[in-house]
Design a protein around this ligand. Structure first.
Ligand code: FAD
Ligand code: DHB
Length: 393
């Protein structure tokens, strides 16, 4: 088998890259470890930045997002026994869109298949080779159990944090930067209408909680939990009790609606970046190159921003336009990556209860929260990061 760009991973990064390359007349094949059903059902991100939604629209995959996604103009920071609304649109002129990552993935898969693109689901033992030559290869075993080889001009490593691409780079050719957090997130999807029309980020002495949604009938909720806990430690009754305790305020009319839990997830929290995001003819994009803690809702948006640059750079390179853009790819991506790393670390640090936190630390968090909602300058700074800085930034 031969293609121009061999893409490892059919998450948002790999699928969008394949679509953008197709629009530019560049051929690609996506090799994915999981089957289609798994990839389409995996519940993860929910918030699309303004630039992400615009890009999906511009490249013709935004129709269902526009019909079913929920535009939001603000969010609520709940602390100190009160709600503080952050008017995102008023502060920035922009909106965010609540639309599930798996819906974006479904839309991209449908479009790739309609355009006769190749996505090789359920491929095992996927390995990139000869990355420093100008004819790299990807070997794998296909869904029927047959060994395969995909020869290409470049490989795009879009296989997430646990994928094979980053691990194929010799350790002395990349630098990793990492920070771990002493907590995890437990997320549930509940079949019940949201209890409030906006997202609520709740700072509470028992730990952080987040009220989000997927549709007028589906609520998404997250709880900060200890990193040592497992899902088995959290039967539904305990999850609901904790959510009530952290989200409901004495004297407020907000009351959390319960419903059947249809999905549960436990996610560790880390910040992680590798530099550079390239090794020879291997280009990393999305979670394969960087991870943010989910508090700022940045992960999938960064994956989209990476492949926007990568598609352009590869198109120029593979059309004979020279290597200037691919040579600049890592530097150009890392500017936005580090901004999002800072924002996600900052949101995480401001909103979570740190196990060894002293009283001084909690006072600092409350002071920062108050500043963000009381100072227009501080509020605008948070809002412009949250809705997504322009790609030109
Ligand atoms: P992935 O989505 O991880 O896709 C990688 C693909 O590669 C997968 O399909 C995987 O099966 C495949 N793969 C892995 N290994 C191999 C292999 N060896 N061979 C072939 N294929 C392989 N982001 C936001 O922007 N907004 C949010 O609101 C948000 N909330 C989040 C909430 C939670 C609880 C979590 C966990 C994440 C959240 N994120 C959010 C982050 C977001 O989900 C990720 O950043 C996003 O999935 C990254 O996309 P990706 O395509 O780079 O990687
Ligand atoms: C969701 C996830 C986030 O990490 C976040 O900050 C906001 C919303 C969500 O899954 O809905």
């Amino acid at each position: 088998m031969r293609t121009q760009v061999g893409i490892i991973g059919a998450g948002p990064a790999g699928l969008l890259l394949a679509h953008l390359l197709h629009l530019a007349g560049i051929d690609s094949v996506v090799v994915e470890a999981r089957d289609r059903g798994y990839v389409e059902q995996r519940v993860r991100a929910g918030v699309l930045e303004h630039p992400t939604a615009e890009l999906l629209r511009e490249v013709g995959v935004g129709a269902r997002m526009d019909a079913e996604g929920l535009p939001h103009h603000g969010l609520v920071l709940r602390f100190d026994g009160a709600d503080h609304r952050m008017p995102l649109t008023e502060l920035t002129g922009k909106t965010i869109t609540v639309y599930g990552q798996q819906e974006v993935v479904k839309d991209l898969i449908a479009r790739r298949l309609a355009d006769e693109g190749q996505i090789l689901f359920a491929s095992t033992d996927v390995r990139p080779h000869d990355l420093t030559s100008d004819q790299p290869r990807i070997t794998f075993t296909d869904a029927a159990g047959k060994p395969q080889e995909l020869r290409c001009d470049v490989v795009a490593g879009c296989d997430g944090f646990h994928g094979v691409s980053r691990r194929s780079i010799p350790a002395d050719r990349i630098q990793a930067y990492e920070r771990l957090y002493p907590f995890a997130w437990l997320g549930i999807l509940a079949k019940t209408p949201p209890s409030h029309e906006e997202l609520i980020y709740a700072y509470h002495e028992r730990g952080f909680a987040l009220h989000s949604m997927r549709s007028p009938e589906l609520t998404r909720l997250y709880l900060q939990v200890a990193p040592t806990e497992s899902l088995a430690d959290w039967p539904d009754s305990r999850v609901w009790d904790e959510l009530h305790a952290r989200l409901e305020l004495a004297g407020s009319e907000f009351s959390l609606r319960e419903g059947p839990v249809v999905d549960r997830l436990l996610a560790g929290m880390r910040s992680f970046v590798v530099e550079p995001m390239r090794y020879g003819r291997l280009f990393l994009a999305g979670d394969a190159a960087h991870i943010v803690p989910p508090t700022g809702a940045k992960g999938m948006n960064l994956a989209v921003a990476d492949v926007r640059l990568l598609a352009r750079a590869l198109t120029v390179f593979l059309s004979g336009g020279g290597s200037a853009l691919i040579d600049d790819y890592s530097r150009a991506c890392l500017r936005r990556v580090w901004r999002a790393e800072h924002f996600s670390w900052w949101m995480t640090s401001m909103l979570h209860a740190f196990p060894d936190d002293d009283r001084f630390g909690r006072r600092l968090q409350l002071s920062q929260l108050r500043y963000v909602v009381e100072s227009e300058a501080a509020g605008r700074s948070m809002a412009e990061n949250y809705v997504g800085l322009p790609y030109e930034f």
